[in-house]
Design a protein around this ligand. Structure first.
Ligand SMILES: [Zn+2]
Length: 442
């Protein structure tokens, strides 16, 4: 890692502390780190979840047996670059070369994967093109932060470290965007939740584990209120330190009803693809009666609001009821469909459909309880307010929910493996230095 690059991601003063931390985390052999990985797997298994570990391909190549064994035991892995460098600075052809080499290594080592996470969570527009060409199912490199930390509790220096990392990650604020997966060029972008262990432990210097647990639980509360996604990022080297905080969080998540769906990143990507194919067939029997057939898999969550189903329903949240039958008659004063003006953009239609709503383009607003015009353009930042507008509308609605099994929200536990031994760590610094030198020479 070049000096300039390092200073951008963390303060130079932090470097000395960092070296001490590295020495305490990694050993000459893989024994120390293997213990951490095994602990991580035991802790998560006891809590009823399976972690996803994005791992840099050269690290996998150096330690194939250790990783293959975990993979055989059901742990999920993802590609974390060929080497641990800033891919944001690389053009398409170079990124393709790196990811192809990474895929080769994963295949040779017989470690299955479907997804990608960029080192330092840094990508450019070419990254998704490269991943799409190489048929990855998902990318989990976009950070989104929840404002749940009390700034007053921390020194100015610690807080500026916090801000610096958020800026380096190009993190988006959850107050401005919906923290949900979304397709981009066929690749599912699965956001990473901040604050993560790096922000809390390394940047803010939180020593009190109770505080880490409290912050994560505050995030869970917000995520649950909004029915979005919590991607818990906890690096294996901090599992011993954060074990209790993670346990507290998962126990809290498990106590909630409607439930929290716990899944790996790959399972989330598979679900989002499955959900894309769902639709409803609606046939009007009269002006107030509709015959509905839900074309979906058995784990879909079908919701209705402000209308009545002639089938058994259970109360859910936000005034919705959940219905288990795939065929039913709906009594509703209007079609439970959202009307859209003809100029509504394909992006807006696909966003509304991915939110599970039924939409119909029409020139007759009076046919619908809710009719949306002004959607010729829909930016990322408009999506959250659009969903809120629909939810606040109070019209009859029939929809699929974002998550399966009647779950309100989803939670996934993930942590990158960047190094396993001290030698890996030193080589990583060297690889970054080479990459930076090549970048400056070109
Ligand atoms: Zn990493």
């Amino acid at each position: 890692m070049g000096w300039q690059f390092l200073s951008k991601s963390r303060g130079a003063t932090n470097l000395i502390t960092r070296i001490g931390t590295v020495l305490s985390r990694f050993g000459i052999t893989s024994r120390k780190f293997a213990r951490l990985l095994n602990k991580y797997c035991t802790v998560t298994r006891d809590l009823g979840c399976v972690p996803t570990f994005p791992i840099t391909a050269v690290i996998l190549k150096r330690h194939p047996e250790l990783i293959k064994k975990l993979s055989d035991n059901g742990i999920e892995f993802a590609v974390h670059g060929y080497i641990h460098i800033d891919y944001k600075t690389l053009p398409l052809h170079e990124q393709l070369t790196h990811y192809e080499k990474a895929i080769d290594i994963f295949e040779t080592c017989q470690v299955p994967f479907t997804g990608f996470r960029a080192p330092f969570l840094r990508t450019n527009d070419e990254t998704v093109t490269a991943l799409s060409r190489l048929k990855f199912a998902y990318d989990s490199s976009l950070a989104a932060h929840w404002n749940v930390i009390e700034k007053a509790k921390y020194s100015d220096a610690a807080w500026s470290e916090h801000d610096r990392l958020l800026e380096f990650y190009q993190s988006r604020s959850a107050s401005e965007v919906a923290v949900l997966p979304g397709f981009n060029d066929g690749i599912l972008e699965i956001p990473v939740t901040i604050p993560d262990d790096e922000v809390m432990v390394d940047r803010l210097g939180i020593k009190d584990i109770g505080e880490i647990g409290k912050i994560w639980k505050a995030v869970l509360k917000e995520v649950y209120n909004r029915g979005e996604l919590f991607t818990v990022q906890l690096h294996p080297e901090r599992i011993a330190y954060c074990e209790e905080a993670l346990a507290e969080l998962i126990k809290e998540a498990k106590s909630l009803n409607p439930p929290v769906w716990m899944a790996t990143l790959g399972e989330i990507a598979a679900w989002w693809q499955e959900k894309e194919r769902f639709n409803f067939e609606i046939e009007a029997r009269s002006k107030v009666e509709y015959k509905v057939h839900a074309n979906c898999s058995g784990r879909a969550t079908v919701l209705i609001r402000n209308c009545t189903a002639r089938a058994p329903v259970e109360p859910w949240l936000d005034g919705y009821q959940v219905i288990s039958s795939g065929d039913f008659v709906l009594e509703s004063p209007v079609r439970p469909v959202i009307g859209l003006a003809q100029d509504c953009s394909p992006g807006a239609v696909s966003f509304l459909n991915s939110e599970g709503y039924i939409t119909e383009k029409s020139e007759q607003p009076e046919k619908f309880g809710l009719y949306l015009s002004n959607l010729a353009q829909l930016n990322e930042a408009d999506k959250k307010s659009l969903s809120e507008k629909i939810e606040e509308s109070g019209v009859p609605l029939l929809r699929y929910w974002r998550w399966p099994h009647k779950a309100r929200t989803a939670l996934t536990v993930t942590g990158d493996i960047d190094s396993i031994t001290l030698i890996d760590f030193v080589l990583r610094v060297y690889e970054n230095w080479c990459q930076r030198r090549r970048h400056f020479e070109n």
